[in-house]
Every structure is written in structure tokens, then in C-alpha cells.
Design a protein around this ligand. Structure first.
Ligand code: TEU
Length: 626
């Protein structure tokens, strides 16, 4: 189904009326009626032009997933480069059956939410069969839907209904590990010599019977778990319930390729590849230098981005992805800007990769949430500059994200402290939707959600939050310090139920929600925000309109200005004679800048009603064009 903006309908109607007038030998010129002499030839010509223009306008009508941009660069771009992507945390989006857990039917019932926002790709967090030790990131069966989320029929229907709205469903491929309840693992652990005995990373104990290495898993504790039957340890980068697959075994790679192909055949539009930097393990397992009081070394420093990983990923790309109209985005923690040319672009393995420099700007070591660092705006900007220039020179593309289901809410993360929450949300949305790349919006970000700050660690659900809390205590931090860190970084903050309306449980469920609904839902909900012209949601809608009307915001080159400014993030997006200049104030005070760079430009967007060249209101943002 194609969405056409009312103004375009008016334009089409008006133009048709004008041509009708021409047929009647009458034209309106600058509002005045004039008689002209028309011959048949001119009437035919006018009619042909009418048909051409109407089809042109209609092809420019925006389907929700694409841009109406007419510039040549935009025309050559792929659909996923022009659209807005949206991450759904399936468990928290919409519950259709009152069991307190979001589900696929719930998502299908809310697809229209994406229409006005211009979302053309919806990434679903894993909804395959799973014991839910890590909320679905522990997959027991890649070929079936978890009953809590629905059935395969619901999935087929979701893909179909989304397709009608020009939205493609993006699946999360968790291929570094499975659940310990996956048949593959159940077989593998039975003996040292069955057909799947090498499908996971098994190793003998050290001479004293302890774990093969001192590696600490990302979620805390040893990364090795002992198995009585085999008398060996298996490796788990994350939870013990998430054993790592052995990609060195060609049969494993084949089995994973088959899974991906199955989903392509279902009609999905792309894949997000979970924790993909950990799939290749070093040839030798060695102890690392301890980096904490527990005598262990974070596994990230021992296994992320190991030499040879790209060979596996090239194999995956040519066996699965090439030739299909889908996109891939790798979750690539451990891939820096300098590595990009090997990961994306002509020689790369993915269409895009999520890098973590920006979101970890305040966290030098992800293991220790209490060890934070101050950061400056010029540093923040440098992540975009670095990645964009490397991505550009590699001929690759950049996914822009400020939040995801593992991260704090961006308002608290990047604009902490005093200041108006709505202004902050709008400022960040301006950054997200005008930066070069495909924007990824996290569910709730478009409504201005903030972090939860529950009183006790027992109130939290996320297993990694609990482990980080324990780790902080074991490192000698006080309970208060550990709880502050939890409030700042807990993954639960981005996982609270979506707030649809002001009714009980925010319209998320008629039952008891699996995670508490944030108490501000009477104000920050989809229904209320739709009606309020000054809401965060309407700002997202306006920014989507802006991208469609000013295609340089999608296709334009990126250049930073006032690079060292500590308060304002500003940059230009330029293409085919059009230049947009974006200004975002990152402070709670008014900020000024040298307006000579926009002397001949006009304001095309502002987060406040009155905006003056050279000035930005607290957390204000504006876009000018010339
Ligand atoms: O996350 C993997 C991962 O590397 C992150 O935990 C990363 O360290 C962090 O986001 C950077 O700040 C993925 C999923 O996104 C996460 O939800 C899962 O728990 C994890 O894999 C295990 O599957």
C-alpha cells in the first residue's frame, strides 16, 4: 500500500484542474484568468504532460519505507540506505493475548505506527523458541517461533502485513551461540565422539581440574562451564546457558547458512547479526593478564575480532546474502573505524556494522559499570567523523544509533543532568535523523523514554544488570555506588513496555506486564503524543517529512563544522547544489555560533517555534538550507 501525503493529492488535483482548464482554452496565470488559443496538438501535448507529471508525482509519493527524493544520488541508493529502521524488543512491544508478554500478533496490530515515521525496516529481537535465559538471545530452535510470541503463521502474517505497508522485517541472527537446550548442544554434550561433538567449543580442564583459561564471560563469572558427561569444559562468551558454537567446524557454518536461507525464503528484508565479533576463537587458549580482583580477564580482549574471522563471514555472505535484496548489519563490538574497510563496503562482509565507540564513550571497560569517565562534545563528534570517513572511503554505509536494547536511554546517556526532557529528546532525534546513514530508532525513543531507577537490585530483571551489580560489590564498591551504576547502565531501561495510551499498563497488555510499565505513561504515550503538536513523536514525524522533502539529508555528503565547539554539534549535508546545515545544542543554556555560514540559508526545521540565526535555545536544534 502506498502512502501519499495530502499535499501531494492536492497538488495532483490542482494540476489536473489546470489541465482541464487548458483543454477549455483557459489558463490561470498568476491568479488571473486568460483566454488562449489552443489547437488539438497542444491539447494532446498537455494531456500527455499531465499523465507524465501525475505518474511522476505518484512515484514520488512516499511509501512508508522509501524516500521521495529526486536527486540522482538518492535514486542510486538501496532501499535500506534511504529508510528509517526501528528496533522492536518483542517482549515489550504489544501483547495481544493478555499474558503480559509482547507477541507477533501485537506487532502486526500496531504496524501503522511506523507509517508516519517513515520506518521501512523493523528489526525484531529474537522471537525463536528459547528458554529465555537471556530474553530470547539463547535460541533452542532457529526454525520455530517461541509459543510466548505466537506461531509461524503469525510470523508469516506479520511479514505479509508489513510488506503491504512497504515495511521489511529484519531478523536477529544469534549465531555466536545457542541455548544449552538446543538439540545441537544436547547432542554435542552427550559424548566426545558423536556427529555434533565438535559443534561447540570444548576443552580439557587444566591439570588442577580448573577451567582451561581465566577468561571472564561478558555477563560475569568464568566463561567456562564444566560438563560431567564429557569431563570437559565448554566455552560461553555470555551466560552458561549460551554455549558458543564452533565456527571452525564447516558443518556448523553450513547449518547456520541453512537457517539464514530459511528466513530469506520467508521474505525477510535483512539480518542483524548478534555478537558477531566473537565467532572466531584463537587457535590456542591462553590465560590473559588479570584485569579485576577475581583474577580473570574479560573475554572480549581475548576473542573479539580474531584473525581469520572475515574468512568465515565472507563465506556466509557469498553462500547466503549475495544476490538477495536484503541488508545485513553486524553487531560488531571490537571493530574500530580503522577496521571498517574490511567489514563493510565493496570488500567487506556486511552492509553496515554497529560499532560501540560512541555508546561506550563513558565506559572504558564494559565489565565495570562503576568505572566511568567524563567525555566532551568534540570527542562525541569524533566518533561520527571517524566512522563516516572510514565508511565513505570503503564505499560502505553507516548505521546511526543512539540507543538499543542493551543501552541506556539516550536522554540520560548523552544529555544527563538538568534541562527539559522533551527538548533533549528532540535534539537527539534531530541528530539521529539528519546524520548520514540509516537511522535505527529504539522502541520508545520516539516517545522520549528515560532510564528506570528502581530502588533495589531485586526489582531488576536483566541478568547482566544483576551480574554487573555483583561484580561491582566484589570489586569493593559500595551498594550505593553499585546501584548508581545500575540506574545509569541497566539494560532494563530500554526494555520497559511500550506506552501506547493512558489506560492501565499503557495499553501494552490487559494482564500483568513482565516488566513494570514506566510510571509516566499517562503523559508519554503514543496516543497523547500524536495529539500534541509539540510532542517528541511529532518531532520524529516532522523529521521524517523533512528527510523526504530535502533529500540531501539522506544522500548528502557529511562535513562537520565548528569541530571544537564544546556546546554545539553542527554539520552540513550537501548534494547536487543543496546544502543543509544542522545545529544541535548539547547544553541546558542558550548557545551561540557564527551565523555567517548560513547567511543565505533559510530555516527548514527547528525544535522550537521561534528560532534565530546564530542562536540555539537550551537543547535546541535547527536545520537550515541553501
Ligand atoms: O550483545 C552482545 C554484546 O556484545 C553486547 O553485550 C555488548 O557488549 C554491549 O551492547 C556493548 O555495550 C548481544 C545482544 O545485543 C544482547 O542483548 C545479548 O544479551 C548478547 O548478545 C548475547 O546474545
Amino acid at each position: 500500500m502506498t502512502y501519499c501525503h495530502p499535499i501531494i493529492y492536492v497538488a495532483v488535483t490542482a494540476f489536473s484542474a489546470e489541465v482541464m482548464m487548458i483543454r477549455k482554452n483557459v489558463v490561470f496565470f498568476r491568479g488571473r484568468k486568460r483566454n488562449i488559443n489552443m489547437n488539438k496538438h497542444r491539447i494532446v501535448k498537455a494531456a500527455v504532460i499531465q499523465v507524465l507529471i501525475i505518474s511522476l508525482i505518484l512515484s514520488g509519493c512516499n511509501s512508508s519505507g522509501s524516500t521521495g527524493s529526486t536527486d540522482n544520488t538518492a535514486k542510486k541508493m538501496k532501499w535500506w540506505q534511504k529508510t528509517i529502521a526501528y528496533e522492536i524488543y518483542v517482549k515489550s512491544f504489544k501483547d495481544s493475548d493478555g499474558d503480559g508478554t509482547g507477541d507477533l500478533k501485537g506487532i502486526t496490530s500496531e504496524l501503522d505506527h511506523f507509517k508516519e515515521m517513515g520506518v521501512g525496516a523493523v528489526w525484531l529481537t529474537p522471537c525463536y523458541v528459547s528458554p529465555q535465559a537471556d530474553n530470547g538471545y539463547d535460541i533452542a530452535d532457529y526454525y520455530n517461533i517461541d509459543p510466548a510470541y505466537g506461531t509461524m503463521e503469525d510470523m508469516d502474517n506479520l511479514i505479509k502485513e508489513a510488506g503491504k505497508r512497504d515495511i521489511r522485517i529484519v531478523m536477529d541472527l544469534v549465531f555466536n551461540h545457542t541455548s544449552n537446550e538446543n538439540e545441537w548442544f544436547l547432542t554435542s554434550r552427550q559424548s566426545r565422539d558423536n556427529e555434533k561433538s565438535d559443534w561447540y567449543i570444548w576443552a580439557d580442564p587444566k591439570e588442577d581440574g580448573s577451567a582451561p583459561t581465566n577468561w571472564r564471560s561478558i555477563f560475569g563469572g568464568s566463561a567456562w562451564e564444566y560438563d560431567e558427561t564429557r569431563g570437559q569444559y565448554y566455552l560461553h562468551t555470555f551466560l552458561p546457558e549460551q554455549p558458543d558454537l564452533n565456527w571452525a567446524d564447516p558443518e556448523v557454518r553450513k547449518a547456520l547458512n541453512d537457517v539464514a536461507r530459511f528466513w530469506i525464503d520467508k521474505g525477510v528484508g535483512g539480518f542483524r547479526m548478534d555478537a558477531v565479533t566473537y565467532i572466531k576463537k584463537p587457535d590456542e587458549f591462553k590465560d590473559g593478564i588479570p584485569d579485576g580482583g577475581d583474577g580473570m580477564t574479560g573475554i572480549h580482549s581475548m576473542t573479539a575480532n580474531t584473525d581469520g574471522i572475515l574468512d568465515y563471514l565472507h563465506e556466509f555472505k557469498s553462500a547466503v546474502v549475495d544476490g538477495n535484496d536484503i541488508f545485513t548489519v553486524g553487531e560488531a563490538n571490537g571493530v574500530s573505524a580503522e577496521d571498517l574497510s574490511q567489514w563493510i563496503g565493496e570488500k567487506g562482509v556486511f552492509d553496515m556494522v554497529f560499532q560501540f565507540g560512541l555508546v561506550n564513550i563513558d565506559l572504558p571497560d564494559e565489565t565495570n559499570w562503576c568505572n566511568t569517565r567524563e567525555w566532551t562534545l568534540p570527542e562525541f563528534k569524533s566518533y561520527f567523523r571517524g566512522s563516516l570517513s572510514e565508511a565513505d572511503s570503503a564505499g560502505g554505509w553507516f548505521p546511526v544509533f543512539l540507543e538499543n536494547h542493551d543501552q541506556p536511554r539516550s536522554i540520560d546517556h548523552f544529555m544527563p543532568g538538568e534541562g527539559n526532557r522533551i527538548a533533549k529528546a528532540k535534539a537527539l532525534s534531530t541528530l539521529l535523523l539528519t546524520m548520514k546513514g540509516t537511522p535505527f530508532v529504539m522502541q520508545g525513543e520516539e516517545l522520549g523514554f528515560v532510564n528506570v531507577d528502581w530502588g533495589s537490585i531485586d526489582d531488576y530483571n536483566d541478568v547482566s544488570t544483576k551480574n554487573h551489580y555483583e561484580f561491582a560489590l566484589s570489586e569493593g564498591y559500595s551498594e550505593e555506588e553499585a546501584m548508581d551504576a545500575v540506574h545509569r547502565f541497566s539494560r532494563d531501561s530500554s526494555r520497559t513496555p511500550m506506552q501506547w495510551d493512558g489506560s492501565e499498563n499503557a495499553g501494552f497488555t490487559t494482564g500483568t506486564p513482565w516488566l513494570p510499565v514506566y510510571p509516566d505513561y499517562d503523559v508519554f504515550n503514543c496516543d497523547a503524543e500524536k495529539k500534541d503538536p509539540d510532542s517528541v513523536l511529532n518531532c520524529y514525524i516532522a523529521l521524517n517529512d523533512l528527510r523526504r522533502k530535502h533529500s540531501e539529508l539522506i544522500s548528502g555528503d557529511y562535513a562537520e563544522i565548528f569541530k571544537d565547539d564544546e556546546k554545539i554539534f553542527s554539520f552540513t549535508r550537501e548534494n547536487e547544489g543543496k546544502k543543509a546545515t544542522v545545529f544541535i545544542n548539547f547544553t541546558p543554556d542558550e548557545a551561540t555560533y557564527d551565523k555567517s555560514c548560513i547567511e543565505n540559508a533559510e530555516c527548514i526545521f527547528s525544535t522550537v517555534t521561534e528560532t534565530e540565526k546564530g542562536k540555539l535555545s537550551p537543547y535546541g536544534a535547527a536545520v537550515y538550507e541553501e
